[in-house]
Design a protein around this ligand. Structure first.
Ligand code: IPE
Ligand code: IPE
Ligand code: MG
Length: 249
């Protein structure tokens, strides 16, 4: 039996380890364009994008970023051609099944954010299994936004809160930002302090609308399948140069 060496890559020396983001969120965009530029079908871009995400997760672990959230499928992405949607659903399921063992070995805690009930039932099973099996893991907090929409998330939180009021369990005066946050899919993780979007698009595309209120935004022209550790290093350097004022002077 060969034992796989754990390649722990150290934090680059120009980064300050006391000022790393505590939660990085990524909009993994540009898979289709990456494939198109190579004359390949879009789905191959998605397939390649999985490797990028896997390496970023490792990199966060190596460098000491404790939480990573990736946008994998938006509530609007159902509007894509059926063939692409079906490919993505199958890809998610296949990757989850394949990676669970390694996530356990690496102490990864995985969560899924979004309206999961609308996903294919075999994918829901795989999601439930991975969340359940990794729930005691104490390493990196890894979240995957799947059938996720920021507006949908806010609406479902309002509905849950309204129900509690209706049942007499909650007074409207007790609804504040903290309580609201408890009803979001992200209730167990801190809000992101850095948002990275690849492929140059300057928009949020319905991602974590509430949670990103004060996140620093970093956009790179690089397409998602080409986003590597060097790129992540650049994003972190840029983050560390920002002055975060939170409305103050
Ligand atoms: C992001 O890449 C992946 C998903 C939305 C699932 P795209 O598929 O949006 O790639 P582009 O933006 O068309 O290049
Ligand atoms: C955002 O990318 C959604 C994901 C990365 C999953 P899109 O490609 O769907 O966003 P738009 O259409 O450019 O806004
Ligand atoms: Mg896109």
């Amino acid at each position: 039996m060969t034992v796989k060496p754990i390649l722990l890559q150290e934090l680059p020396s120009d980064l300050d380890k006391t000022r790393l983001p505590q939660h990085v969120a990524v909009i993994m965009d540009g898979n289709g364009r990456w494939a198109k530029r190579r004359g390949l079908p879009r789905i191959l871009g998605h397939q390649r994008g999985v490797d990028t995400l896997k390496d970023l997760l490792r990199c966060c672990r190596d460098w000491g970023v404790p939480a990573l959230t990736a946008y994998a499928f938006s509530t609007e992405n159902w509007g894509r051609p059926l063939e692409e949607v079906e490919f993505l659903m199958t890809l998610f399921e296949r990757v989850l099944r394949r990676e669970l063992k390694e996530m356990m070995e690496e102490n990864v805690r995985i969560r899924f954010l979004g309206n999961l009930e609308a996903l294919p039932s075999s994918l829901q099973d795989e999601i439930a299994r991975s969340m359940n099996e990794t729930k005691e893991n104490t390493g990196i907090q890894f979240s995957v936004a799947t059938n996720y929409g920021g507006r949908q998330e806010i609406v479902q939180a309002c509905r849950a809160i309204a129900t509690q009021v209706q049942e007499g369990k909650l007074n409207p005066e007790d609804i504040d930002e903290e309580l609201f946050g408890h009803h979001l899919y992200t209730h167990e993780i801190p809000y992101p302090d850095l948002l990275i979007r690849t492929s140059g698009e300057m928009r949020i595309s319905n991602f974590l609308l509430w949670q990103l209120a004060y996140a620093e935004i970093y956009v790179t022209q690089t397409l998602w399948p080409d986003f590597d550790r060097k790129e992540f290093h650049q994003a972190l350097l840029n983050f560390q140069q920002r002055e975060r004022r939170f409305g103050k002077v």
